[in-house]
Design a protein around this ligand. Sequence first.
Ligand SMILES: Cc1cc2nc3c(=O)[nH]c(=O)nc-3n(C[C@H](O)[C@H](O)[C@H](O)COP(=O)(O)OP(=O)(O)OC[C@H]3O[C@@H](n4cnc5c(N)ncnc54)[C@H](O)[C@@H]3O)c2cc1C
Length: 457
Amino acid sequence: MCVAQVMPSPVLLWLRQDLRLRDQPALIAAAEQGPVIPVYVLDDETPGEWRMGGAQRWWLHGSLSRLSEALEARGSRLILRRGPAVSVLQNLLAETGASRVHAIRHYEPWWRDAEAKLGEALCLHEGNHLRRPDSVTTGCGGAYRVFSAFWRALEQSLPPAGPLPMPATIASPDAWPVSDTLEDWALLPHAPDWATGFDWQAGEDAADIAARAFTDKVSQYENARNLPAEQGTSRLSPHLHFGEISPATLWHMIGPAPEALKFHKELAWRDFTSGLVAAMPDYAERAGRPAMDTLPWRTGASAQADLRAWQRGMTGYPIVDAGMRQLWTTGWMHNRVRMLTASFLVKHLLIDWREGERWFWDTLVDADYGNNAVNWQWVAGTGIDANMFSRIMAPLSQSEKFDADDYIRRWVPELAGIADPAIHDPDAHGVRPSAYPAKIIGHREARERALAANRRR
Ligand SMILES: Cc1cc2nc3c(=O)[nH]c(=O)nc-3n(C[C@H](O)[C@H](O)[C@H](O)COP(=O)(O)OP(=O)(O)OC[C@H]3O[C@@H](n4cnc5c(N)ncnc54)[C@H](O)[C@@H]3O)c2cc1C
């Protein structure tokens, strides 16, 4: 089905969350078949409710600009089109006389549907995971429910194959189809520009620089990754989400040293979540354990007010507020704090995890269908894994345990003058400044309310 044509008619390279030229198997395969027409389709219809959020769109603008420059440096171009991807691609095939479409396989349910609709015209390649995630299955052929078992199975086929080189030139078609301009898409915010604090460089070269810088830190990763005040993690998640660096490239850059094991496992989490949503496409919308969908979540005006306080970082819990403000200001939040803020919304405020998932979807530059859904369900205790709703994180003691004082000072300036340990719980130490809100609910009261709600299911 994917064999070369005798006549070198052009082929389409359909780019989505694989915005790179290195280790890009769809590009290599396309280039072997004829002149290549690289295409990005801005499709706000096919994903339905899961159209890209605001922070992702901000990233996309930078990533497409860099990709377009890189293609032009190799004598090629990036064609931009807007609309439902399947019909846009079918029209482009007819318009350009292209023989087929090459693309890297994706696991979001709407992309899988689109891939199926394109049928034989589409030639899919692997490349965004360490191994094809839906091929890592239990003895019965099902998806693994817990990461540890998934990892044991995946480990057998590691390391991944070495990355493919970037082509020096890419043959162009005789005539280029017309393209939208990136500016027409208005991906960047204006009036207000809420992205002034987004201190990121998008694109493949920036991903490469960030990954190389991280190689020096890998040996400290296992401990440093839990400390929000430190830059102990790679911050590669948006680059990985948009496919600006492939996991195989990153794996080989990091190397096989035993101290890299923890990082390799985190990379494997991406594969795990993609495998899960491939098996359970509505995992972002329905509890993995259906009984959890009968939990009496709070609704109505007071729940809405609490949701807004959480979104704005005004809950009176310094670590939670610091995380939510970091998210709003930079489009990213430290993993440990993602867990705490998510747990706080679901257990302390008893608000449906899907509200938080949606907020993250709109505000994270790395918002990813599988990673977001699986992590939210894990924290909420609604997922198919063994984590229970009744396991309730204590944000104040976690804040102290993970030395979050400087992190709080940075993101909650009202508390900057408070010393450690009072900064973790200014109310309890009687030092809460009047500009900072009182706790939205006490920890014990919240815990009892959550456990009672869980018993009422
Ligand atoms: C409630 C909640 C929601 C989340 N939503 C997302 C999301 O939408 N997109 C996203 O990429 N990650 C999400 N995560 C996972 C994790 O928080 C981020 O991947 C991580 O913080 C990114 O920072 P980093 O690149 O410095 O990570 P590092 O610690 O340097 O890890 C390297 C890479 O491994 C992957 N990874 C690490 N941890 C996880 C994990 N738990 N699950 C899946 N992949 C992981 C990421 O691609 C990450 O870039 C979420 C976590 C929680 C608790």
